[in-house]
Design a protein around this ligand. Structure first.
Ligand SMILES: NC(=O)c1ccc[n+]([C@@H]2O[C@H](COP(=O)([O-])OP(=O)(O)OC[C@H]3O[C@@H](n4cnc5c(N)ncnc54)[C@H](OP(=O)(O)O)[C@@H]3O)[C@@H](O)[C@H]2O)c1
Length: 207
């Protein structure tokens, strides 16, 4: 449990699903939370679900597939709170289709969101995480560990993510920065993800 506002978390995909569930839990624990997604109306709706006792989340719309928007997201967080302790990269899109039926523009879009969206965020947030000896955690999937029929594109985006973060983890270990990757199957219990994110962030474990 942190003193209110002592720790700052930036969460993409924070308007729904895993990102929102994690943001609410962190907020209840005293984190100042920034939630991001493309749609401001969805973010405003998500804000209503936060505990009334918590510091209200800061809403910053951004499309993670656009590098300049991710840069702005990090800069706005720093302008408001002066630091970042935890980044949770949960924004992502799913795709289930046989490879032969997959359209090139849909494949490129998915890679931009699921892979480059996380890469941009890591690139811009890392200098600030080195200052706080903070944590960067990204949502992957079991399809990022094993090939699964009809998940070739989605799985490839998560395999790429895993490779990126496994390498960077070793590079920044000496700086005290924790890099985590969450590889789940279908999520039926969002509290479990929160526990993994929070424990890993605090214990400095990669998994
Ligand atoms: N749900 C599962 O069973 C499962 C299993 C394994 C892994 N995962 C991974 O877990 C993560 C979250 O999944 P979820 O099911 O919780 O997702 P979700 O409920 O569909 O929410 C997706 C979030 O990402 C945001 N988003 C989508 N595209 C975006 C973009 N281009 N730029 C910025 N934000 C964007 C959405 O907001 P806007 O639409 O407003 O942008 C929303 O907040 C994803 O990375 C997913 O691949 C999920």
């Amino acid at each position: 449990m942190s003193k209110p506002g002592e720790k700052v978390a930036l969460i993409t995909g924070g308007s729904s699903g895993v990102g929102l569930a994690t943001a609410k839990k962190l907020s209840a624990l005293g984190y100042a939370v920034v939630i991001s997604g493309r749609d401001l109306t969805k973010l405003e709706e998500a804000k209503k679900a936060f505990p009334v006792s918590a510091i209200p989340p800061l809403l910053i719309p951004a499309d993670v597939s656009e590098e300049h928007q991710v840069k702005h997201l990090v800069e706005e967080t720093i302008a408001k709170f002066g630091k970042i302790d935890l980044v949770f990269a949960a924004a992502g899109v799913s795709m289930r289709a046989p490879f032969e039926d997959s359209k090139i523009d849909a494949i490129e879009h998915l890679m931009k969101v699921n892979f480059f969206g996380v890469l941009y965020l890591l690139h811009h947030a890392l200098p600030f995480l080195k200052i706080t000896r903070g944590s960067f955690v990204a949502m992957s999937s079991l399809t990022g560990r094993r090939g699964v029929p009809e998940y070739s594109i989605y799985g490839a985006s998560k395999f790429a993510l895993q490779g990126l973060l496994d390498s960077v983890r070793m590079e920044v270990d000496r700086d005290g920065v924790h890099i985590g990757v969450i590889s789940t199957g279908f999520i039926g219990h969002l509290n479990r993800i929160y526990r993994y994110t929070f424990k890993a962030a605090n214990l400095g474990r990669g998994w």
